[in-house]
Design a protein around this ligand. Sequence first.
Ligand code: ATP
Ligand code: MG
Length: 416
Amino acid sequence: MEERKSALDVPAAVVEITRRLEERGYATWAVGGAVRDALLGSSRTDWDLATAATPETVRKLFRPSYPIGLRFGTVGVRGRDGLVYEVTTFRRDIETDGRHAVVEYADTLDEDLARRDFTINAIAYHPLRHEIHDPFDGRSDLQRRLLRCVGDPARRFAEDYLRVLRGLRFAGRYGLEVETATWTALTTAVPGTSRLSGERVREELIKVLEAPGAPAALELYRRSGLLAELFPELDRLDNEEWGRRLRAIADLPRDPVRLRLALLFEPLGETAEETLSRLRFSNAEVRDVTELGAALREPLPPPDDVKAGRRWLRAVTPEWAEDALRLQAALAEGWDAEEDERRRLEAQAARVREILERGDPVTLSDLAIDGNDLKELGLEPGPDFGRILDACLDAVIEDPSLNRRPALLELAREMT
Ligand code: ATP
Ligand code: MG
């Protein structure tokens, strides 16, 4: 087996953990994403170790240590830099059903690498000896920019359909071409992904949206048939509209991810809520994304119409105004808007921000009166309250100088 020297930039704390295990005779290697990314020239902090030591041994050797996924043999070890590193006992799969795996501890690194999904994820690096152990030629695939399964692709996807999503994510993230046999097996496995839990799909989708290359990964979702399988409503967008969305997503920041989520799911309209809930997004996240989607459907006011500006802010709410402006700008970018259109958008945004800064009343809570005042007028609390306060807000939006208690009480009285 070929082993070549080449020093990667491993944190000193990881070297130290490795040394302690190796000194006791337990083979220990750095594996996974950090090795892959280091070989690509980008560094990250989450180095994972694979070791011959059992979790019990690891827990005894390192205090404090934390049971992160003891069922899977993973122990969290705090390094002297204060970070927690995952140390996982060599494993092999003994049973898989497309969604879960039953694993047992393995004796060798090679067995452990053989259960990993793609060759680029199956490269091990020895932090003390600076050796690379790469039985599946992951490095040459990295160089050739190729995504390739470890072992028989059809079998590997059927073992765990999440690998379909992972593969497309890695291909998008690193601009990889999917090797032919891997692509054939992947597209054939797409129907199996419907058996994945909403949580796992959500976690993958978030990782896609938070990473560089998100548009490329989403395009692969579409080309592979995964989009049609998981989000048929999005697959129905025509090529032009889909391309526009992808360019808009590319224009948006990766963080906060709600912006990209909102733009992606906005075409679902009313059904977005159902789809997001199926993916087990929290209620707060569902609300954020659907409200942003609704805000995005609210056309921006003409820049010279300050009343329309206040009406827009009322509909969108000041809370979502900045996000909505950002999304509108991204969509214009996606559409490849003409220069004068861009200028108009900027003017519209500037006007809306002016209104916000001036603090013009645009929400019920900005009104100089509230429900208590209506009670004092002798009105019975009920649906009428909302109607009256809404009407007051209508008036105040047309003319903010009306936003004084006497004027509004007068108005309220007239309405009863
Ligand atoms: P990133 O953290 O950037 O998403 P990663 O490669 O670190 O990428 P993880 O999900 O953190 O991915 O997993 C760490 C490693 O574990 C992977 O590199 C891969 O070797 C292995 N792995 C993870 N999930 C699977 C899976 N579903 N099937 C096979 N191997 C997997
Ligand atoms: Mg990782």
